[in-house]
Design a protein around this ligand. Structure first.
Ligand SMILES: Nc1ncnc2c1ncn2[C@@H]1O[C@H](COP(=O)(O)OP(=O)(O)OP(=O)(O)O)[C@@H](O)[C@H]1O
Length: 323
């Protein structure tokens, strides 16, 4: 189990992270979400032990992670970190990069394991290619295989699919997160992409303004985001003021409504005039304005710009948010 105990860190005088406190269970996948600059990468680097804490401690079971002041060579044996710059050996082949940390005393095992990992990241056909000849996305896939070859107990990934095309991303995510669960590897991923969080992460940590804004099970946080900031990390969302919803419910606070939770009606509800319509593939995202705010909603059909329609929120959604 990972224990991050009340840590504070600053690069210069102002803290980037303040009094951060959480745990990660064995085999759990924790996603770190937050806007750009909120400190996600910094938090991973601290956990890996390459930045020196101002305050607090970090433990993996009984092992304390000591920072660079105490550890000349950063990194712990049981932990691997995949940063945004992949740390590959450019002049040797893909399979040599992946097998570099495997034992040469068991050549059969080394071969089988290298093949398994290359298959997992869909790079088998590039096994004999020198890394310097690969694209950014291909290099990122090799880097993933390389950190996994080292059989970490805990894996820290910083935007692991940032260079990978959509065509591959979905299958790669399923393979990777399936593999980590099967092998019971604890994993912490810093990301902007809800698609690698919602279907796979056990828990989400949201960081904002140096602090933890939320630390909850994925489904709980998605279903009941306490703020527009949190909801917007998952999907297009709106903050409906009490003044707008008090006709429908006994609400005592503004509530967050995802754009897809509005139902469009021709006759009653919150009246909006459509000012923008965006084709999103399987649905349309529309922006409408009331007298005093703009609201995003979706529908299976495009609604003409300039047209007035009415938006409704189901009681189920209202009750969920007001709970
Ligand atoms: N080496 C550094 N020296 C000084 N300040 C830094 C350094 N690295 C990051 N920062 C600052 O620390 C804050 C957090 O940066 P960090 O890279 O951890 O954010 P992030 O949430 O990972 O962002 P992104 O999503 O854009 O990768 C930012 O304000 C950034 O400017």
């Amino acid at each position: 189990m990972l224990h991050v105990n009340n840590i504070t860190f600053s690069y210069n005088t102002t803290p980037v992270l303040k009094d951060i406190d959480f745990t990660v269970n064995d085999g759990e996948y924790l996603a770190i979400l937050g806007e750009s600059g909120s400190g996600k990468s910094t938090l991973l680097k601290i956990i890996y032990g390459i930045l020196q804490l101002d305050k607090g401690t970090i433990f993996w079971d009984d092992n304390q992670v000591l920072g660079p002041d105490y550890n000349l060579i950063p990194g712990e044996k049981y932990m691997k970190y995949l940063s945004q710059d992949f740390d590959l050996m450019p002049f040797i082949t893909v399979e040599e990069n992946v097998s570099q940390y495997l034992s040469v005393f068991y050549p059969e095992e080394l071969k089988a394991r290298t093949e398994e990992l290359l298959e997992m990241v869909e790079m088998t056909s590039f096994a004999k290619t020198k890394v310097k000849l690969l694209s950014g996305g291909q290099q990122q896939r090799v880097a993933l295989a390389r950190v996994l070859a080292q059989e970490p107990e805990i894996l820290l990934l910083d935007e692991p699919f940032s260079h990978i095309d959509n065509f591959r991303k979905n299958s790669l995510r399923r393979r990777l997160f399936g593999y980590l669960k099967r092998k019971k590897i604890t994993c912490i991923v810093a990301t902007h992409d809800e698609k690698e969080v919602l279907p796979f992460a056990d828990r989400i940590l949201v960081v904002k303004d140096q602090e933890i804004l939320a630390n909850e099970k994925t489904e709980t946080l998605y279903n009941n985001p306490k703020s527009l900031y949190v909801a917007s990390l998952f999907a297009e969302a709106n903050l409906l003021p009490i003044s707008t919803i008090k006709e429908y419910t006994e609400a005592k606070k503004d509530i967050v409504v995802y754009a897809h939770e509005f139902k469009v009606s021709e006759t009653s509800g919150i009246e909006v005039r459509v000012i923008n319509s965006y084709a999103m593939g399987s649905y349309y995202l529309m922006e409408g304005i009331t007298e005093d705010q703009s609201l995003f909603f979706t529908d299976s059909k495009s609604i003409e710009v300039g047209k007035n329609v009415f938006l409704n929120v189901s009681l189920e959604v209202l009750n969920k948010r007001l709970a």
